[in-house]
Design a binder for this molecule. Structure first.
Ligand SMILES: [Mn+2]
Length: 324
């Protein structure tokens, strides 16, 4: 289906309904928060009612986003919803516990840019070329001929900024810059947003970087590098899972490395594997083969432990992809 048709279907889905539940994936990232809150701003402008839910509370770093206080814990919501807008989710499992809020006959509008998206919506606005779901929400706003207010612009800018790694990743296209120019026109302060979401590190994060770098290794080819973070380490530093976000770049950024990997032990002993590639290897495919998903250059999966076995399995798969 072409982009215009999908945009029109999404626009009609919104125009013809009211009382929406806005959902994004578990452990939201900048684009998840940005696209969801950007959509909330659009609905507000349209005079539509909406509820925003996630199984996790909003992380500190993104609490500056206008209307982030509208996020509610899904466990605290006692009703169900017939009209759902899912943002930045490749499949319905990504909604986590929030999926329990869907009424039996719920209609879903699925807005996303993941290659692994399985078109789970009644309407699907899925653009694999888009750098961020926030970018798609911007395009939808234009299609609806809505003017973005500054709050909405801050949210969408944050999503595009984070999913393009500060306009450095290969998904940074001409269109991305054109959209961002439109967002700057609204009057946002890009320095302040970059400082908050890309530059600032908590003290815990810096301590964690110091310790985690001690585990950095690379294989004989020099094309794969990885680091691992154990639960005892996180506990000792009082570091949260989100503090570990971004560590994988240290592995990826080593000169000559094609694939960087972070192995992080979760509370339940399972291992969260984050994969980043530079030019060639489709880590989305690798993550998918282990039950996860993502993009060609950034993806992840969660695997049952123990850590040594997960490392062996993942490294074998990654090496295969490198030589193929
Ligand atoms: Mn995204």
């Amino acid at each position: 289906m072409d982009r215009e048709t999908m945009l029109q279907e999404a626009a009609e889905f919104i125009q013809e309904r009211d009382d929406f539940l806005l959902l994004t994936h578990v452990q939201p990232d900048g684009d998840a928060y940005g696209s969801t809150l950007g959509m909330a701003h659009l609905l507000q402008t349209l005079g539509k009612r909406y509820t925003i839910a996630n199984e996790d509370p909003v992380v500190d770093k993104f609490r500056f986003l206008p209307m982030s206080e509208k996020f509610q814990l899904s466990s605290e919501i006692t009703r169900s919803f017939s009209h759902v807008i899912a943002l930045d989710c490749g499949d319905i499992r990504r909604l986590g516990e929030s999926a329990a809020l869907l009424a039996d006959e719920a209609e879903i509008l699925n807005i996303d840019h993941h290659k692994t998206n399985d078109l789970f919506g009644r309407a699907n606005l899925v653009d694999l070329e888009a750098a961020a779901t926030s970018q798609i929400v911007f395009t939808l706003a234009k299609h609806l001929e809505l003017d973005l207010n500054i709050g909405g612009a801050i949210c969408l800018y944050t999503g595009i900024l984070t999913d393009t790694g500060g306009f450095r990743y290969s998904n940074t296209t001409v269109e991305v810059h054109q959209i961002v120019a439109g967002l700057l026109d609204v009057g946002i302060n890009p320095f302040e947003i970059s400082d908050r979401v890309l530059e600032s590190l908590t003290w815990n994060q810096v301590q964690l970087i110091r310790e985690a770098l001690g585990s950095l290794q690379r294989d004989e080819s020099g094309k794969v590098a990885w680091l691992s973070v154990s639960r005892p380490l996180l506990n000792r530093l009082g570091a949260s899972d989100e503090d570990a976000e971004g560590l994988v770049s240290y592995a990826r950024n080593v000169q000559g490395v094609e694939v960087g990997i972070l192995f992080r032990e979760k509370e339940d002993g399972s291992i969260k594997v984050s994969l980043r590639s530079k030019y060639r290897v489709d880590v989305g495919e690798i993550a998918l083969s282990f039950g996860g998903g993502g993009h060609a250059r950034a993806a992840g999966c969660t695997m049952p432990g123990p850590a040594e076995q997960v490392q062996l399995q993942v490294l074998t798969k990654v090496r295969e992809a490198i030589v193929s």
